[in-house]
Design a protein around this ligand. Sequence first.
Ligand code: ADP
Length: 317
Amino acid sequence: MNERVLVVGSLNMDLTIRVPRLPAPGETVSGQDAVRGAGGKGANQAVAAARLGGLVRLVGLLGDDEFGARLRSGLHREGVDATAVGTLPGAATGLALIVVQEDGENSITLAPGANRHLDEAALIRLTGGDPARFTADSDILLLQLEVPVATALAAARAARAAGVRTVLNAAPMPPFDDRLRQLIAYTDVLILNQSEATALLTAAGLAATGPWPRRAAALRGLGPDLVVVTLGADGAVAESADGPLSHPGFPVDAVDTVGAGDAFCAALTLALAAHTPPATALRRACAAGSLATTRPGAQAALPTRAEVDRLLAPEGG
Ligand code: ADP
């Protein structure tokens, strides 16, 4: 059973430097050697879905530089179909400069580069020129917001017209305008972490306090059939058509939570594409998210389907 997932999203090169403490403005701090890693929420979730057994196609843009070439070969190694990942002449590949302090506190500077140019016209060009066939051969569409909201909206609209469900991980949370409101209305499954959920509730004029299940229910009023809020080590809550759901985090030795949200989103998307009931899908997603915290790095930490199955086995799969 290979669910076919279409991801429209960002690709970045992450450059990480570990330092004793974050520099103050104007200060220089020496750290360890810089480590290069593939990143960007679009690419991370595409790779996560491929490791979890999905047939994954990524739509995005790279610059025509060395980083772009490295990211493309990384996708190839992971078995992600990158034929709809374009190379934009004269543009730089998205770059994240990440500085991590000893206690894990970090600061990130992002240069979106080519990702910024993924507009609706690029989307149509990269996927064969016919918007009506955009989601052909896909069981589900997975979006994040490191690409322009207008692009995500165009993708979600085309998916809705074709009867394909859209999962939106609204991260990072952009300003709440008409376009974002429309995008959420075209979204079937909305996934947020606590800070994104709080930001959206506040911006939409909804109560941003009270128990999480009630807050997820309020967000469901914006249109999605299923709203999921991830709660870090505490797992996740959701509001579905059949009412509230929740699953605790799996007790693991967490060393680095980077990548947990991406693994969670990919696992939930694949499970829902396979018509798994939401409660079971939530459990799989929590398992995948928890496993991603047991290893350092973003894509390097993403678990495989076998690892998720092993973690779930004592509970009966
Ligand atoms: P994000 O990384 O997007 O902020 P979260 O921190 O909420 O998202 O993590 C996503 C999911 O990963 C959680 O719902 C949970 O299932 C799992 N997870 C995250 N941190 C831990 C942890 N310390 N222990 C166990 N599971 C975790």
